[in-house]
Design a protein around this ligand. Structure first.
Ligand SMILES: [Zn+2]
Length: 58
């Protein structure tokens, strides 16, 4: 006899963001800038992401 329903394992996990080319590009650039110690570019990408989210995902 097996239980009909298992407890959900996805509890507490946020849904993945929508596949957006611009989002991926901004994240990739920010990640690269952080790894290279380029704080100016990294912060600019954070700002760009905020602007993009409001413009394209609101
Ligand atoms: Zn996006």
């Amino acid at each position: 006899m097996q239980p009909a329903a298992k407890p959900s394992q996805a509890t507490g996990q946020a849904p993945p963001p929508p596949p957006c080319h611009r989002c991926r590009e901004i994240k990739a650039r920010r990640y690269t800038a952080v790894r290279q110690g380029d704080r100016e570019t990294a912060e600019a990408m954070v700002t760009a992401m905020g602007v993009h989210l409001r413009a394209a995902h609101s």
